[in-house]
Design a protein around this ligand. Structure first.
Ligand code: PEP
Ligand code: MN
Length: 333
């Protein structure tokens, strides 16, 4: 199993060393640490750049371990190669950009370093594979995918939605490529890392990249999702071994859960809109019940049901129920 562990960001040589010493370096494919952090907002900690590459190189030499960092453009690559970083990963904000992937492929042409490509922010498998193909077209042989989940428009339990079907499809389409799972960026919460790792074991993959910090409370980025080294090791040690649920039913259920989550979010948003309707009606002294509006709405919904091949009487019942709830909310709240 491929294991890549280490902090989200390189914060100091001491932080790197303290973290590494709590891991089993012989069991690591590489020790990770970001030196250029792609942050959502300017002003957040963006990494120590070249200075941090020196710490990583020192770690590599002193402890005889491979080191990994994120690169997003050709300047990053030039510097990372200059400091002899062994493994480079391309982040989710970069892998979905064909121009950057092309630039990176050209800069790395023919390299024998391992290049890890995270999935893009949105679940577009072709775009992800396209980026990988750009690397392979430039004679880069050691390419591995990283599954780190996808941005969700609706609120979900995790930071990024692990649409496992995409991991499954990746393996189906490219059985020749290895792929590892990044539960840290999926979960976004140290208490959910283990369950994401366990869930991933139902699918065929080749290992994990987990963010770990000797003291996560001190972390300068992604503090809430980093675990102490001993926790990361314990999670990896206790993983279930049998791939018992790798079947169609599991993936279909996952999609049903996702759709139900959309339904619940839609109901939540509808309720919020109803609050606004109530305010306007109250201000303008309009009655709560407006039969014309409801009849028009029902006609419209039934006609879309017809187009979609959904049972019309079911849709009628559903919207009568929704309407009842709407009236109740306007009377109660
Ligand atoms: C990271 O691994 O630190 C990182 C920034 O990840 P992602 O590109 O998945 O957001
Ligand atoms: Mn991170």
């Amino acid at each position: 199993m491929i294991k890549i562990l280490g902090p989200c960001s390189a914060e100091s040589f001491e932080q790197l060393e303290k973290t590494l010493l709590k891991l089993d370096r012989n069991d690591l494919f590489a020790f990770r640490a970001g030196v250029w952090k792609p942050r959502t907002s300017p002003g957040s900690f963006e990494g120590y750049g070249e200075e941090a590459l020196k710490w990583l190189q020192k770690i590599k030499i002193k402890h005889d371990v491979k080191v990994a960092t994120e690169v997003s453009n050709k300047e990053h690559i030039k510097l990372a190669l200059q400091y002899d970083i062994d493994v480079l990963w391309i982040g989710a904000r970069t892998s979905g950009n064909p121009f950057l992937m092309q630039e990176i492929a050209e800069e790395l042409e023919g390299t024998d370093k391992t290049i890890l490509v995270k999935n893009p922010l949105h679940p577009d498998l072709s775009l992800w594979l396209g980026g990988i193909e750009r690397l392979q077209a430039r004679n880069i042989k050691n390419v591995i995918g990283i599954f780190r989940g996808f941005y969700s428009y609706f609120p979900i339990k995790y930071r990024n939605e692990p649409i496992w079907k995409v991991l499954f499809d990746f393996k189906q389409k490219r059985p020749d490529l290895k792929i590892i799972v990044d539960p840290s960026h999926i979960a976004g919460d140290k208490n959910l890392i283990e369950e994401v790792c366990v869930a991933s074991m139902s699918f065929d993959h080749d290992g994990f990249m987990i963010e770990t910090h000797f003291n996560p409370n001190l972390a300068m980025s992604d503090a809430s999702q980093q675990v102490e080294p001993k926790i990361a090791l314990k999670i990896l040690k206790n993983l279930p071994t049998s791939k018992n649920l790798n079947n169609d039913l599991l993936m279909i259920r996952e999609q049903i859960d996702l759709v139900d989550n959309y339904l619940m979010n839609s109901i939540f948003k509808r309720n919020e809109l109803i609050k606004k309707v109530k305010e306007i009606k109250e201000k303008n002294k309009l009655p709560i019940i407006d039969n014309n509006r409801f009849n028009d709405l029902l006609k419209e919904r039934v006609s879309s049901a017809k187009e979609l091949g959904i049972d019309e009487s079911f849709v009628k019942d559903l919207f009568n129920l929704i309407h009842k709830n709407s009236i109740k909310r306007q009377n109660d709240d």
